[in-house]
Ligand binder design. Structure first.
Ligand SMILES: [Zn+2]
Length: 306
């Protein structure tokens, strides 16, 4: 099975405010040729600097993912990149007139709607997949992200979170990934934060644009948003959405079974770097056919403890 790369059919634009900077920004998404990937262009700066969305461009991964080049940055790219990845958009140019992608409602819903409205078109080059053949792991104490080969030749994400809070202890989410799973089960899961952290974030110059319109805020004993949650396990779903945005920086859709335990942007990026540092454990290919891998009986426990 060979699939062709895709881009959008027509340009589309929208505006909104940045979660962390509070800045109002305009975004225009344009079609791009095969092989060009996702490129951000800061149209508010002289020389219109370009930043390629790739693992090598990540300059910060605390609270949100920031990419940059030559001192020019764009932050909070993860939900938009997740929308491109989840819908199968390989190539696009994102013109932006500020330093942060707008947060919209805190999920990828708005981005999914504008991309679907712009339409998708197949290009003249096949899409290349990064097919994992042997396990790869990144860990930080008891937190980890690992990937095992997938005999179905698909992407599976298996994510567990465990916060020490009465309203948010353990949640897990596990699905064989598809465009429909992304659209219906992940895309609308919102960013969340604890009320107890809001002052600390603000003191550090973050979350200036944050409000109940763009994040789920968890108080001591209740969810502060009117209307509550979109899914009982909206938190872990959002973590999976973030993971999709982070693995989108790998440069090729990944085929394997990802297992994440209490991970976040910083560890996700270490995982992406770890994968890219080990080319002997995967191959880039356009042909996805079912196959046997050298070590089919690997268990998550064995790899997690290794
Ligand atoms: Zn997020």
């Amino acid at each position: 099975m060979i699939k062709m790369q895709k881009t959008i059919i027509r340009e589309t634009s929208f505006k909104g405010i940045g979660l962390h900077t509070g800045c109002s920004v305009n975004v225009r998404i344009l079609p791009a040729p095969a092989g060009s990937g996702i490129t951000f262009v800061r149209v508010d700066l002289p020389g219109l600097p370009r930043i390629k969305a790739g693992a090598a461009s990540v300059v910060s991964a605390s609270y949100a993912t920031t990419i940059g080049s030559n001192g020019v940055t764009v932050s909070t790219v993860e939900h938009l990149l997740a929308a491109f990845y989840g819908l199968g958009v390989d190539n696009a140019v994102v013109e932006i007139d500020g330093p942060e992608v707008p947060i919209m409602d805190g999920s990828a819903s708005y981005f999914i709607a504008v991309i679907e409205d712009a339409g998708l078109i197949a290009l003249d080059k096949p899409r290349k997949y990064l097919v994992v053949k042997r396990p790869i792991k990144a860990a930080d104490r008891d937190k980890y992200v690992l990937i095992l080969p997938s005999e179905e030749m698909r992407l599976t994400i298996d994510y567990n979170i465990d916060f020490s809070h009465t309203l948010l202890s353990r949640q897990s989410f596990s699905r064989l990934f598809s465009r429909e799973v992304f659209r219906k089960e992940l895309g609308s899961a919102r960013t969340f934060g604890f009320l107890r952290d809001v002052e600390m974030l603000r003191a550090n110059g973050l979350a200036k644009g944050g409000s109940l319109d763009n994040a789920v805020v968890i108080g001591e004993t209740e969810i502060l948003n009117e209307g509550g949650l979109r899914f009982p396990d909206e938190f872990v779903r959002h973590k999976v959405l973030d993971m999709m945005g982070d693995i989108a920086l790998m440069g090729a859709p990944i085929i394997g079974r990802i297992v994440a335990h209490r991970s976040g942007h910083a560890l996700n990026h270490r995982f992406v770097q770890e994968v890219l540092r080990r080319p002997g454990r995967w191959e880039l290919t356009s042909t996805l056919s079912q196959r046997r891998f050298e070590q089919p009986a690997l268990s998550v426990e064995k790899v997690a403890l290794a």
